[in-house]
Ligand binder design. Structure first.
Ligand code: G4P
Ligand code: NA
Ligand code: NA
Length: 193
């Protein structure tokens, strides 16, 4: 997605060989116009899949996911990282290990929001090692829902996430693909859409 790549070039900051800071438009301050375009693009790519639910994880997956859901005319569900006080009903849960933070956390979605009739599009802002998306796939599997695809805003292609998810049999579509962040410079690969 040309608009996204340009924005990363203009407003992204390389923090290290492994980390790209995008807090000016995605992860802290959010550009709603860009997010709407991202959501619409993902919806277009998955238009034939009869998506019934868009699933993401809090916090920064929510913005692109809500616009994808709006374009697909489906609800958006975000998995929670902490147990909500009002989540007393039955939960779907899975463990997510973060290589970056070296901690395992539990993510959850209320069982009542996903069922075996659902055809799910998973959306997230970053794909690194793929552990968050894998946890979301597991939540969907517990509900008997079919995961039709994964839509990613920024894929760090030098990490193993994409391979992990494709090995699970789920198609991955990334709107920007980063080959390397070496020498303070963002090098892109051809994006999927
Ligand atoms: P993984 O799910 O792909 O395995 O990712 P990992 O554990 O490595 O990433 C942990 C968190 O860091 C995730 O956000 C992820 O989106 C984010 N992240 C990964 N790589 C980058 C990067 O290069 N730049 C930025 N800005 N973020 C990155 P989180 O902390 O779980 O969620 P959120 O509450 O910030 O959305
Ligand atoms: Na994030
Ligand atoms: Na995220």
């Amino acid at each position: 997605m040309e608009e996204l790549v340009r924005r990363i070039q203009e407003d992204g900051n390389v923090l290290s060989d492994g980390v790209l800071k995008v807090d000016r438009f995605i992860t802290h301050q959010v550009d709603p116009v860009l997010m709407e375009h991202i959501g619409a693009r993902l919806a277009e790519v998955f238009a034939e899949k009869k998506i019934t639910k868009v699933v993401t994880i809090e916090a920064s997956g929510i913005a692109p996911a809500i616009y994808a859901a709006q374009s697909l005319n489906a609800p958006m569900i975000f998995a929670r990282k902490a147990k909500s006080l009002t989540m007393d009903e039955e939960l779907l849960t899975s463990s997510v290990y973060s290589f970056t933070k070296q901690v395992t956390s539990t993510i959850s979605i209320s069982r009542k929001f996903l069922n075996e009739q659902d055809r799910v599009l998973i959306v997230d802002d970053f794909l690194a090692n793929g552990q968050a998306a894998k946890g979301l796939i597991e939540l969907c599997q517990q509900a008997g829902a079919q995961v039709e695809g994964i839509g990613i805003v920024i894929e760090k292609s030098f990490q193993m996430g994409r391979e992990l998810l494709e090995d699970m049999g789920v198609p991955v579509v990334s709107l920007a693909r980063i080959e390397s962040l070496e020498n303070g410079k963002v090098s892109f690969k051809q994006a999927d859409a």
